[in-house]
Design a protein around this ligand. Structure first.
Ligand SMILES: [Zn+2]
Ligand SMILES: [Zn+2]
Length: 354
């Protein structure tokens, strides 16, 4: 079968590889769509950072070359002997973080922090391939009214869902979102669906347009200088500032800006991966009693929640699909576009058997 394989820094290749082997506790999926995400680009351009490269993953025993792709949806084509509750033909999404279920962190429900976790496409083969296998108990069936294209964004939506949940906001609170790429725009919709007032901040005109379409209460152009954008946000929030700021931009200065923008006693959620290390005055946090929380990945319940939100038509993930390509185009067109610096698109999906 064809698969996109990660070999090392700036080295991914579409290759013919063996189909993955079904084991008793696994299901085999024909992959319908797999998205290309900024994390893939990080790993391609700056990595290997998070992928098991020098030493094999302690649980899976796997290391590079590994198949890329962690944002996928597929149809079950074969079921292992020990999988009793999933039948052939079921369309599913992945819980792509397999935690050990017995450590200190798993015991406390922090499965995304499990030090033993096997993460799809980082500690084991991913799903940018015609077929993939995964633990039968860790795929989540899709309701009939959720299309496979909509479901292809369940993973970034789960990341956004986790971040919104981390903010602990109450209905009617205001949430400002810094950075309206795919995760930011999904967070916007989820926050909105859960009763928040949402303000979207970005430099890209396309993002602001999309934010408006997806229900933002107001949008703020990040090309304005800091005083102006802060002024707009203050005006929108009655001079108080937003209750929550989610940094989905991950810029050099955006976490500092997030703390500056949030109201006194408010919450900042960091859901981006940072490459820069800005200087920061912690008095900003102490004096105004700001809560700063990190949000890493997602838990199984986040995936289940977003599948349900898509099914109830409360979030529109398909509006963020900008292009669908075949696997032969993934490096030239997919990676090419993602690395081009052009930011006038959202998700590119790959249909691996196309
Ligand atoms: Zn991703
Ligand atoms: Zn664990």
């Amino acid at each position: 079968m064809k698969a996109l394989v990660y070999h090392g820094n700036k080295d991914v290749r579409v290759e013919d590889v063996n189909q993955p082997q079904l084991k008793d506790e696994l299901v085999k999926l024909k992959i319908d769509y797999c998205g290309i995400c900024a994390t893939d680009m990080e790993e391609y351009y700056y990595g290997p950072k998070y992928i098991s490269h020098d030493t094999p993953h302690p649980i899976s025993g796997k290391k590079t070359p590994l198949i890329v792709g962690h944002e996928a949806t597929g149809t079950v084509v074969e079921v292992g002997k020990n999988v009793t509750d999933i039948i052939v033909g079921t369309r599913v999404v992945f819980n792509g973080i397999l935690s050990c279920e017995e450590c200190y962190f798993c015991d406390r429900g922090l499965t995304n922090q499990c030090p033993q976790a096997v993460i799809i496409a980082f500690g084991d083969d991913g799903a940018m391939a015609e077929y993939a296998v995964w633990k039968g108990s860790e795929v989540i069936p899709l309701p009939d009214n959720v299309t496979s294209i909509e479901a292809a964004l369940a993973e970034p939506a789960a990341v956004a869902h986790h971040a919104v949940a981390k903010s602990n906001f109450s209905e009617g609170d205001s949430i400002a979102i810094l950075g309206c790429g795919t995760v930011g725009l999904l967070a916007l919709q989820i926050a909105k669906a859960k009763g928040a007032k949402v303000y979207a901040i970005d430099k890209r005109l396309e993002s602001l347009k999309m934010a408006r379409k997806l229900g933002a209460n107001a949008v703020i152009d990040a090309n304005l200088d800091m005083e102006k954008r802060k002024g707009q946000l203050m005006e929108l929030t009655g001079g108080i500032g937003p209750d929550v700021v989610i940094d989905a931009a991950g810029g050099r200065d955006t976490p500092v800006e997030a703390v500056d923008l949030v109201r006194t006693g408010g919450t900042v959620v960091l859901v981006a991966v940072y490459t820069a290390k800005p200087e920061f005055d912690f008095n900003e946090i102490m004096f105004r009693e700001v809560n700063v929380v990190g949000s890493l990945g997602y838990q199984r319940s986040d995936v289940e929640s977003v599948v349900s939100l898509i099914s109830q038509k409360k979030i529109k993930t398909d509006m963020l699909v900008s292009q669908i390509i075949g696997i032969d185009q993934v490096v030239d067109v997919g990676y090419g576009k993602m690395l081009s610096g052009s930011k006038d698109f959202f998700r590119i999906l790959v249909s691996p058997s196309q």
